[in-house]
Design a protein around this ligand. Structure first.
Ligand code: F6P
Length: 465
């Protein structure tokens, strides 16, 4: 393979720290910095004549980039509309939030075609590159690459969940989506459950046949597999060690005045279950106030997708409940819930995680959730904190050792928080060791390597090598 070309909607911005850019950016950056890679995608800018603008090439943290703008209309229909008002809620098991229209659908197809054209334009005849397309925003990009006669190996990785058929079939024209998926050589998902659903959805759509883990479509074979995304464990640990001694961490520590710290770090998204967490914290305070003294829950939730109405509504709800909890329980010198929309650099975040006694990672549904893994890597092995993890996060299928909870059961979450806060050092260490073993053996390097190997193997089989 001459080079690996990664294609995703969002690419890490040199101006923005990767800590505030979501799991995809962090994971792919780690995977690409070790290969001779080119990363293509949207530059985050909206321009009137975007279609006429050639990609901007640059290098950042040792990786080559080629990025391009979108028009305002493309952004509205493709990104806000179809990606985040149709696919995001549907694939997170929230069909009640789906707001579909044919305009959004057409906009999505057009922009996927544009991404494909941008990539195809970079390729030479008989190019032996491999292309790795990422996530739900670009499901159809592989199909449009094939219509441009691109014959090199093309893989697709879905970072978010794949729901079961009864949910998936709510997507209008779902057969076309499956057909477009069949343009790839390899399709990767986060968990065994996602894979089971993917294969069942393909079979039940009637578009293609399924043989074991292989999809057979129009004489072509598409391999599928589970590739749980992860983190760079050593880098995260080092950041946490440094971050824990930063002036910010010192100030945080002093402000706690000896009380335990509970932490949550999420993009402000309804899938993350932040509202339910705030309610569970309120319940915890009600149940245990006199026992723990000054507990502090620090929820860092940078704003995300502010152009999508549901996110604005969630923000409003969180502001209301945060005010309610603090109004009810604060005293003149203590505020239990610190709710922030500011994003911090990763070193600061890791330092905060290392100081906390409990992490609340309780999404209502999540593809993987890298915060859960980062929290484990950030801990001091001699005095580790407790990971309270939703059983609906992809990470729960891997992270034996976490306290698994149901985020829809607020009272259970409050009881589990209580148990986490009073857990013995011995049990905390035993759980952490199990967690650490998993993340060290299944790290980000393994994720990138195994996917690219699988893609090369599928493509070799297709060419009968
Ligand atoms: O993990 C899902 C994902 O959409 C990624 O593709 C993206 O990096 C992250 O969440 C942040 O979302 P957005 O690009 O919509 O800000």
């Amino acid at each position: 393979m001459k080079q690996l070309i990664v294609v995703s909607n969002r690419v890490p911005s040199p101006q923005k720290d990767s800590g505030s850019q979501g799991g995809l950016a962090v994971g792919v950056m780690n995977a690409l910095s070790r290969t001779d890679g080119l990363w293509m995608g949207w530059n985050g800018v909206l321009e009137e004549d975007a279609e006429a603008v050639a990609p901007n090439a640059y290098e950042h943290e040792g990786v080559r980039f080629a990025t391009f703008p979108l028009t305002e209309e493309e952004h509205e229909l493709f990104y806000v509309g179809y990606s985040n008002e149709v696919l995001w809620p549907l694939l997170h098991y929230r069909p009640d939030m789906v707001e579909y229209s044919r305009d959004k659908d057409r906009g999505y197809q057009r922009v996927n075609q544009r991404f494909a054209d941008q990539v195809a334009d970079q390729l030479e005849d008989n190019d032996d590159s491999a292309i790795w397309v990422h996530d739900y925003q670009l499901l159809s990009t592989g199909h449009f690459l094939r219509t441009r006669n691109v014959d090199c190996p093309i893989g697709f990785f879905l970072h978010i969940p794949m729901p079961p058929w009864e949910t998936f079939r709510i997507l209008p024209r779902q057969e076309r989506m499956i057909e477009h998926l069949c343009a790839y050589d390899t399709i990767g998902v986060q968990t065994e459950t996602d894979l089971e659903h993917l294969l069942d959805n393909v079979a039940r759509s009637g578009v293609a046949r399924v043989e074991g883990h292989t999809i057979v479509f129009d004489g072509r074979r598409i391999d599928t597999g589970v590739f749980p995304i992860s983190i760079d464990v050593d880098a995260a640990r080092e950041m946490a060690e440094r971050g824990a001694h930063s002036p910010r961490s010192e100030r945080l520590k002093a402000s706690l005045r000896g009380g335990p710290l509970i932490i949550g770090v999420d993009r402000l998204d309804y899938s993350k279950g932040i509202y339910q967490r705030f309610r569970a914290f309120e319940q915890l305070l009600e149940n245990t106030l006199s026992r723990y003294g000054n507990i502090t829950y620090l929820q860092i939730a940078p704003l995300s997708r502010t152009g999508v109405e549901r996110y604005a509504a969630l923000r409003h709800d969180l502001e209301r409940i945060a005010g309610h909890v603090n109004g009810r329980f604060s005293s003149y010198d203590w505020m239990p819930l610190r709710y922030l929309n500011t994003g911090y650099d990763r070193e600061t975040l890791m330092g905060f995680m290392r100081q906390s006694r409990v992490a609340l990672v309780t999404p209502l549904r999540d593809g993987m959730n890298l915060v859960a893994k980062e929290y484990v890597a950030a801990q001091d092995p001699q005095d580790p904190g407790v990971l309270m993890l939703s059983s609906f996060a992809g990470a729960a299928e891997q992270l034996d050792g976490a306290m698994l909870c149901n985020p829809f059961d607020v009272e259970e979450m409050a009881d589990m928080l209580d148990a986490a806060l009073s857990m013995s050092l011995e049990e905390r260490k035993a759980r952490w060791q199990r967690l650490h073993e998993v993340i060290s053996t299944h790290d980000i390097h393994r994720w990138g390597r195994t996917f690219v190997e699988a893609l090369n193997a599928s493509a070799a089989a297709r060419h009968g090598e």
